[in-house]
Design a protein around this ligand. Structure first.
Ligand SMILES: C[S@@+](CC[C@H](N)C(=O)[O-])C[C@H]1O[C@@H](n2cnc3c(N)ncnc32)[C@H](O)[C@@H]1O
Length: 211
């Protein structure tokens, strides 16, 4: 079985059990992602891949802005179904939907020429070296030369767990080391996300470009 079925079950359960706007990571406006996207010199026909998109409002933003090659992937088909539902049929039909596990990807592997790889709060769940390496080799395979990588993760001061799972905390240097010499760090900032409960969640946001 290619997909990590325990993880899939875990996330499907979470997305089934709560309204998507009550989830801890829900953002009404994905402001920090938009801020970094605005630094990417791309046109609206280029491929933008959201890894572990869940039910993220970043997808709504991209479609509303007229991006025409948006790819939303997640291990949880329930998350993507809820996102489709919020978007409505017309907008949802403009997105390419891929249910895949980024640590054992099947379909994502086949993508090429991605101009923006966006990951908010996904990499930090990958605790095992081989999961991180699979993520990285997939990223390197699909991203085009000069393409951008936006990664947001819980910062070193941030929470050690999310939705019952342990996370690996990062800073910009760790992410730069992880991506390696082929990628240049263009920008980074700390950002505190406030969960619907009001609790703060400190993140590090980074923007890299493939040389
Ligand atoms: C904290 S949520 C963030 C969702 C979204 N990026 C956002 O900002 O709203 C983490 C997401 O990663 C997805 N995920 C977790 N492990 C994954 C994996 N191995 N492959 C693909 N997606 C995964 C989960 O289903 C969930 O939607």
């Amino acid at each position: 079985m290619a997909m990590d079925s325990l993880m899939k079950e875990h996330w499907n359960k979470i997305y089934s059990s709560r309204d998507i706007n009550k989830l801890g990571w829900y953002e009404e406006v994905p402001e920090p992602s938009v801020r970094l996207l605005s630094k990417c010199h791309i046109n609206k026909e280029e491929f933008v891949l959201d890894v572990g998109a869940g039910a993220s409002t970043f997808i709504d933003y991209l479609i509303n802005q007229g991006f025409s090659n948006v790819i939303a992937t997640d291990i949880s088909e329930i998350a993507l179904d809820k996102l489709k539902e919020r978007l409505g049929t017309e907008k949802a039909s403009k997105v390419r939907w891929i249910v895949d596990d980024i640590t054992q990807p099947i379909y994502i592997q086949g993508l090429r020429d991605i101009s923006v790889w966006h990951d908010r709060a996904v990499l930090h769940f990958l605790l095992k070296e081989n999961q991180q390496q699979e993520y990285l080799s997939t990223l390197k395979k699909v991203i085009k030369k000069g393409g951008y990588v936006i990664i947001a993760a819980f910062s070193l001061e941030g929470a050690k767990k999310c939705s019952g799972l342990d996370v690996k905390n990062y800073d910009q240097n760790m992410l730069a080391k992880f991506l390696g010499g082929e990628f240049s760090l263009l920008e980074y900032f700390n950002y505190t996300h406030y969960m619907p409960s009001g609790e703060p969640r400190p993140y590090i946001y980074t923007l890299f470009q493939k040389n």
